[in-house]
Design a protein around this ligand. Structure first.
Ligand SMILES: NC(=O)c1ccc[n+]([C@@H]2O[C@H](COP(=O)([O-])OP(=O)(O)OC[C@H]3O[C@@H](n4cnc5c(N)ncnc54)[C@H](O)[C@@H]3O)[C@@H](O)[C@H]2O)c1
Ligand SMILES: O=C/C=C/C=C(\O)C(=O)O
Length: 484
């Protein structure tokens, strides 16, 4: 049986306490995860603090960047192992993980290695009251030990999106992968050793949130800051923990994102785009579209076309040929999604397609599959339009005017992302300025340029990461004023 060990101070560490990891597509046991307790957290923090004072802390930026490029190259060299580990943990389609998750795992190290080497700090010259001159310049130093708390939907991608810049800036990290997806973070420990990242710089502790590794890391006074991706409610708990010692947080949280399709949109591209944004990764993408608003003249045609696309998605495991929709992550999450499917019916939705469990054969019969689901006809106050479901489902409602679409999109506590489909440039730019989100995609969705700011407005997050913005969180900026 595969054992997922903690990675502390360069060594793989077992603990007496394990929990099972099951494959989402089959519910078969694939390994045992060694849960870290307070003792392991203490050991990791001590190693991380020692590494800051050792070779890593003294290393030149150029050498650090070289090592991070080596990490990326080693991920690419072991691409198939990372892919197999991610597929086993998540059950997502092979094509998805091989095109997005694993390549981004490598790219996240390269981009930030290059940024820290090339981004300058500011400098100002001024006249002083005594007629002299003074020069200010800024220095960046690492934040210190960074706790990196991760979700399960894009495990390697989302973890390296934070570990990449954290290490590029000279920090040490303690990663807590989701209890659902322990594999790729653990494998990355082997990569770190292989390329010569010093001990204690990258560490992995497994476990849960409250009363387990997650909480122990976030409460530890030796952790200087916490970067977290996950549910808004969890963010609240972590923020409370970080308040002790006034430690900074960077949060990428939940969403209830609106997709807006105008009547003048390229119809086929809009249908294909919303198919992706609603159903990709089985709807388990924070940026996904669970609320779709379509301008009235094309409403019926759009609903019919999206229904056709949803019903054409082949449901299956990671290696099912042509699979478009994998399983949900766990039995617990499946129960949650199905409870929303039931609520939609109870609240009077018209179920355009789906609404239940698909018939699956053989080993997949035990997997956590649900049907892609589309609803219409619900009032905006209904539960499935208000709460993040994180499943392959969306509600579609008609709208008439631009102002109405803006009001509908903004009528939520969340503010992560939106996708707008129109061929009118004026409409596109007005929507982009008016919708209260961190990320606005026009005629596209989840198209990423890693140099750009990424994050959420309102209850969807705190701060921005990406490009130079990551430096804001992962470094302390010091101003030096020199009187000449
Ligand atoms: N905004 C983004 O960029 C983004 C990206 C991906 C996912 N998400 C969000 O993540 C959620 C799905 O992921 P999830 O279910 O794994 O999220 P989650 O909040 O349940 O768990 C995320 C991580 O936090 C840990 N955790 C839970 N409670 C904790 C606590 N009290 N202290 C410390 N750690 C704790 C978990 O063990 C896990 O590692 C969705 O809400 C989704 O929108 C957001
Ligand atoms: O599920 C959320 C996806 C987030 C994506 C990123 O953080 C990224 O592309 O960097």
């Amino acid at each position: 049986m595969k054992q997922f060990l903690n990675f502390i101070d360069g060594d793989f560490v077992a603990t007496g306490k394990t929990f099972d990891k099951r494959a989402p597509a089959t519910n078969q046991l694939i390994g045992q995860v060694h849960e870290a307790g307070q003792a392991e957290v203490d050991a990791a923090v001590a190693a991380a603090r020692a590494a800051l004072k050792g070779e890593w802390g003294r290393m030149s930026v150029v050498r650090r960047a070289e090592l991070l490029h080596a990490v990326a190259d080693e991920i690419n060299r072991r691409f198939d192992e990372f892919l197999a580990a991610e597929l086993a943990d998540t059950g997502k389609p092979h094509a998805l993980a091989s095109h997005i998750d694993i390549p981004r795992g490598a790219a996240n190290f390269k981009i930030f290695a290059d940024i820290v080497k090339n981004v300058p700090t500011e400098s100002f010259q001024m006249s002083t009251p005594d007629g002299g001159t003074a020069i200010s310049y800024a220095l960046r130093s690492p934040l210190g030990v960074v706790g990196v708390i991760c979700p399960w939907n894009l495990p390697l991608l989302l973890m390296t999106w934070k570990v990449g810049p954290a290490l590029a800036c000279g920090n040490t990290v303690i990663v807590k992968p989701s209890e659902e997806t322990p594999a790729t973070a653990t494998l990355l420990g082997e990569v770190m050793n292989a390329v010569g990242i010093p001990k204690g710089v990258y560490q992995v502790l497994h476990g849960f949130g409250p009363g387990s590794a997650g909480e122990f890391i976030t409460r530890h006074p030796g952790v200087n800051g916490i970067t977290f991706t996950g549910e808004t409610r969890t963010g609240e708990a972590i923020m409370a923990a970080a308040a002790k010692g006034v430690r900074p947080v960077s949060f990428e949280l939940g969403g209830k994102n609106a997709g807006i399709v105008f009547a003048d949109a390229d119809f086929d591209k809009a249908v294909a785009g919303i198919t992706r944004s609603a159903f990709e990764n089985c709807g388990q993408v924070c940026l996904g579209t669970e609320r779709v608003y379509v301008q009235r003249p094309i409403f019926d045609r759009f609903v019919a076309a999206l229904k056709g696309k949803a019903e054409a998605l082949k449901i299956g495991g990671p290696d099912t040929p042509g699979v478009g929709l994998g399983p949900l992550i766990s039995a617990e999450h499946k129960a949650k999604v199905l409870s929303y499917y039931a609520k939609a019916k109870a609240e009077g939705a018209t179920v355009v397609t789906g609404g239940g469990e698909p018939p699956m054969l053989g080993l997949l019969a035990e997997g956590h599959f649900v049907q892609p689901t589309i609803w219409t006809g619900l009032p905006e106050s209904s539960t499935v339009i208000r709460e993040e479901i994180f499943g392959p489902c969306c509600h579609i409602a008609p709208f008439d005017t631009e102002e109405e679409a803006i009001a509908l999109a903004n009528a939520t506590d969340y503010g992560l992302a939106t996708t707008v489909w129109t061929q009118d440039l004026g409409t596109a730019h007005r929507m982009a300025a008016a919708i209260e989100v961190g990320l606005c995609w026009i005629n596209s969705w989840f198209l990423r340029d890693l140099r750009t700011a990424f994050g959420g407005a309102k209850a969807s997050g705190i701060g921005r990461e990406g490009g130079v913005h990551s430096l804001e969180f992962y470094t302390e900026l010091r101003n030096v004023m020199v009187k000449l």
